[in-house]
Design a protein around this ligand. Structure first.
Ligand SMILES: [Zn+2]
Length: 368
């Protein structure tokens, strides 16, 4: 691989090649943008390019340095990944990075640290990292990857050159999905359209039951079934989801990584892990709401244009076309209202119950 093989990211690649050609390499690079759009690949290719003995502004992919990095056994390239299910990068990990950064590179010109999901560093970890970034050892390059730059300290952000990654083309997502998972072209196109160019989101839609659950509920709502019963089932589903996430994170806290003890540290970690569980649950809830929105959005688009090419849930076209009359503007307004309430942390069970009632009422009013 080299920069040339990375898809749909012309602007960041131009910037990086330019930087390499002029030999103006900052100590910190902040790659930000949606998940699954090529940040990690680009970071690895940058580590290769900066140390490549053959090519100037890209990786040759053939020299010893390029090959070692490709095989993950280059002593001067370190990839840091949040560990365990809670996906925290803790203070000890950052301490390790700082110590390693003090050493001269073993065999290449640059020592490169790729920190995936850099926003998973808690504030104490970020403060530790900042010390190294403030006085960076000569030939160290830190590449921070994040979907949420706002969760990094402003002092860290300001010491990195920002490189923004955009979404992938739906065609690319569709192609990659079919390579990674066993999906029909139609299903892959639907998922790619719904995921809006974010590969990790597309994979989550394939691997989780979210879409199945939402399609089942809208089917029942379209058929005029009792919204209260549906809301009850959905609340149970959310409850199980919450328990599972909390359970996984709690189990991990009771089984901390070796060497990371100290009561204060533990209290701090517990707080961080609870916050993280809540963030994960909320992300799932917002994604579920978005899936409801795509259904009514598709129905509205189809009613207005009759053009199946504009539909997101393409593999559901027959169902979308057969759905009875409904107040689609009202449905979309109800989804907007639900989103607003969820953003204000109102009780999610109640928000979804109200939403289901509004959606059912819209369908019934016109069916009469
Ligand atoms: Zn090379």
């Amino acid at each position: 691989m080299s920069y040339r093989d990375i898809r749909d990211q012309d602007a960041p690649l131009r910037l990086l090649s330019h930087m390499l050609r002029r030999n103006r390499i900052p100590n910190g690079l902040l790659f930000w943008g949606f998940g699954g759009v090529g940040k990690r690949l680009t970071a690895i290719e940058t580590a290769k390019a900066i140390n490549c003995t053959e090519a100037e502004d890209d990786a040759c992919d053939k020299c010893l340095s390029c090959r070692k990095i490709k095989n993950g056994n280059h002593p001067d390239v370190t990839i840091v990944t949040p560990v365990k299910k809670s996906r925290i990068i803790d203070v000890d990990t950052v301490r390790g990075i700082n110590e390693l950064a003090m050493l001269r590179p073993f065999e290449s010109q640059w020592r490169v640290f790729i920190i995936q999901e850099a926003d998973r560093m808690g504030i104490p970890a970020q403060n530790h990292f900042l010390k190294t970034l403030e006085e960076p050892p000569g030939n160290s390059l830190f590449i921070l990857l994040t979907e949420h730059p706002g969760m990094l300290l402003a002092t860290i952000r300001s010491r990195c050159q920002r490189v923004r990654f955009g979404a992938l083309h739906p065609r690319t997502v569709c192609e990659l999905l079919r390579r990674e998972r066993d999906l029909s072209q139609e299903a892959a196109e639907s998922i790619a359209a719904i995921a809006q160019g974010q590969m990790s989101r597309a994979l989550d839609l394939v691997d989780s039951d979210k879409r199945e659950v939402v399609l089942d509920i809208v089917g029942h709502l379209d058929a005029g079934d009792d919204p209260l019963a549906l809301a009850g089932e959905f609340a149970k589903y959310l409850g199980t989801k919450r328990e599972r996430i909390n359970g996984a994170i709690k189990a991990e806290f009771e089984d901390p990584a070796p060497g990371s003890i100290g009561r204060e540290n533990r209290e701090e970690q517990k707080k961080q892990q609870l916050a993280l569980a809540e963030a994960l649950i909320r992300r799932d809830i917002m994604e579920l709401l978005y899936l409801f929105e795509t259904w009514y959005r598709d129905r509205a688009v189809l009613a207005a244009t009759g053009d199946p090419g504009q539909v997101l849930n393409r593999d559901q076209l027959a169902r979308l076309e057969q759905a009875g009359p409904a107040d689609l503007d009202g449905a979309l307004a109800a989804v907007d209202k639900a989103r607003l309430y969820l953003e204000r942390f109102l009780n999610e069970e109640r928000v979804f119950r109200d939403l289901f009632f509004a959606l059912a009422k819209g369908a019934q009013a016109l069916a009469r």
